[in-house]
Design a binder for this molecule. Sequence first.
Ligand code: FAD
Length: 485
Amino acid sequence: MYDFIVIGAGYSGLTTAALLAKEKKKILVLESHNLIGGCASYFKRKEFLFDVGATTFSGVKQNQPVGKIFELLDIKPKFKKLDPGMVIIQNEKKINRYSDQYQWINEAENKFGTSGQNKFWEKVYRINDEVYNLISSPITFPPSSIKDYFHLINFKNIKRVPLLYSLASSVEKALTDYDLSSNQQFTSFIDEQLLITTQNNRFDTPFLMAAMGLAYPSETYYPYGGMYKPLEAIQNSLRLNEGEIKFKEKVTSIEFNKEYIIKTERGNTYKAKGVVSSIPIWNLELITDGPIKNYFSNYSRRFNKAWGAVTLNFAIESNNQLETAYYQIHLNKRIPFCEGNSIFVSFSLDDDIERAPIGSRAVTISIHTNPNDWLNLTKDNYFERKEIVTKEILESFQKAFPEFNSSEIKHQLTGTPQTFNFYTQRHNGYVGGIPHSLQNNFFSLPKNKTPFKNFYTVGDTTFPGQGIPAVIWGALNCSTIILNS
Ligand SMILES: Cc1cc2nc3c(=O)[nH]c(=O)nc-3n(C[C@H](O)[C@H](O)[C@H](O)COP(=O)(O)OP(=O)(O)OC[C@H]3O[C@@H](n4cnc5c(N)ncnc54)[C@H](O)[C@@H]3O)c2cc1C
């Protein structure tokens, strides 16, 4: 009998599994796909390796969730810190998200005008640092022990009170306070940066989450070999501590009868004292019963909207120098069946020969979409839609990077919400977690500890939300709660 069965081998599930196995828990991970990674997985075409979704790492410093996990599990993936961490192309102007705070503020003042920039960004970085300090403390969320409350009181009575205020205050309010809200170029820059981080806009994103989302593009890390590489090291740690992982084992039901009985599509049954589910709440509702089902159905009804993504992967010949690996390109016109006013372009670095041979790069482009636009289509309609979107994304890419126009494009492949649904099982192809909003900040999300005995959840639809640093923070929080219980 296992102590815990972990459902899903993406960043949240495998990290929780590895942390529990390290503390001598008997762990089994069940994964429906034949590869690890979920939304941060990969596929190969000849000598190229493509990231399927996530492409950027952040939160890698020692006091941040990803850095903390690497230290705890003693793993050292090969990263390159990028500076600029991201380049934004807006109206043919390049805006460099420099790593140094003051160099970035200087850049923002040069590109958007001096008024208010300094104060706005100082506030962003201050709150971002405060949140990371909070994360690096030994507290778990929600606080459940006297030790947790003691730490919380400590936080409350000193300088962390503004954190609570910034949970209820919008980005737009801060922009107005600093006289920036009528600067249309700047507000559009902010909206597109928020869309790829908090998944929402300046009017409805709490400043606290926005601060983390807006600070991150200055501090990005490129993982050599692909986004799954650090997770592969986490998986190795799990195995070293005698944790098991089984692939092509899609969980189809979870029942509780003194112990958890887990059935899979292949007809196998596994038993465990506890469960950690890393799959989205919408999926969980479909494979549970009774009070557990009701609990997740309530959350699914409350959080019934999420984004989808269209992705475009291809290999391109390139001897061109690039400023960074990550570009956000503002669009002059909307791409049909897509949302937001930008595409996000990620290149493999020229010395990453595990991703692409010398003289070529592997490219991943992504854009938000409404998943409903991809549901219930006839086969012809679906392929027609996919072709229209692919053509428009490619045109936007070629316009932003004319230096690649004579390069041959190979292995071109478009992903849609249906693709994410097929490979990661995510209900309706919903990705990117639950958008952070003034009404629903990360404390409104389902908790890592549920009301059910030994039943826990992690992943981007539970506390503290989406993105790899966040789901790793959730895994840390969840494993601490389990190990302390
Ligand atoms: C296009 C795109 C770009 C992104 N860019 C970034 C980025 O640059 N940086 C960043 O930090 N984040 C980014 N994100 C978000 C990030 O990828 C996710 O928040 C994170 O990877 C989610 O991890 P997870 O473990 O919660 O879920 P998932 O990655 O979805 O993992 C869940 C796993 O469970 C498996 N599974 C599902 N159902 C079952 C079942 N019934 N039985 C067994 N297994 C099952 C799935 O196959 C999957 O492997 C991006 C996401 C997308 C879609």
